[in-house]
Design a binder for this molecule. Structure first.
Ligand SMILES: [Cu+2]
Length: 215
């Protein structure tokens, strides 16, 4: 005779099998009914063979869910970004050419390191310094009114969907962010509206991914 306990156990087992089958059938979409944070690896591999892919490349979530990107590359300070170019005119370059007075002095840090700025001589008392574009290096957004806002490293941002530009900034594996002061290890985004959100890594533009938000 089947006791209530055995029957209860069988029901639980059937539920677990159903959940497992659901997971297996949905491997291309890292959606978890119970877990509202989907994690996506940006890059991977190691020093001799770093990967430049997002895994999983496509995720499907519900409105209000979050995606967290992290950088699991082993032993290599290979930075990545998660960058949504929601308006085609808001692509941003990594290099930032800046006009500076030719009297300006630049001192490498740490002193004596194998490091100096690109300084192109110009006319009329100005040189051109090639720096890194802060809007790609740091977490930054441009809203529909062209207002630029910077965020702290490891930013946690709510995507409304009407922004022109949403950028994670460079993020690296744990500890290796110290090689690029001002960078972090993760980027978290909450999606407030349904839609298909394509993104890329601004440092490796062939690295692309998609967040599909339903709800
Ligand atoms: Cu990248």
């Amino acid at each position: 005779m089947i006791t209530k306990q055995v029957l209860f156990g069988m029901v639980i087992l059937a539920c677990m099998i159903a959940i497992a089958m659901y997971s297996v059938n949905n491997v291309s979409y890292a959606t978890l009914a119970e877990n509202k944070v989907v994690r996506v690896a940006a890059g991977g591999g190691n020093m001799t063979a770093p990967w430049t892919v997002f895994l999983p490349q496509a995720v499907m979530i519900n409105v209000g869910d979050r995606v967290e990107w992290y950088n699991p590359t082993i032993g290599a300070a290979e930075p990545h970004t998660v960058t949504f170019l929601l308006d085609n005119s808001t692509s941003a370059g990594v290099a930032s050419p800046l006009a500076v007075s030719n009297k300006t002095e630049f001192n490498a840090i740490p002193p004596g390191s194998n490091n100096e700025p690109v300084l192109v001589p110009g006319e009329g008392g100005t040189n051109t310094l090639l720096a890194i574009n802060a809007r790609t290096f740091s977490p930054a957004t441009i809203d529909s009114q062209d207002r630029v806002q910077f965020m702290h490293p490891n930013a946690n941002y709510s995507v409304a969907g009407d922004e022109k530009y949403v950028n994670s900034g460079w993020f690296l594996p744990e500890e290796l962010e110290k090689q690029y002061p001002g960078t972090g290890n993760t980027f978290m985004a909450t999606f407030e509206n349904p839609g298909t959100y394509d993104y890329l890594c601004i440092l490796h533009p062939w690295m692309t991914g998609t967040v599909k938000v339903v709800g």
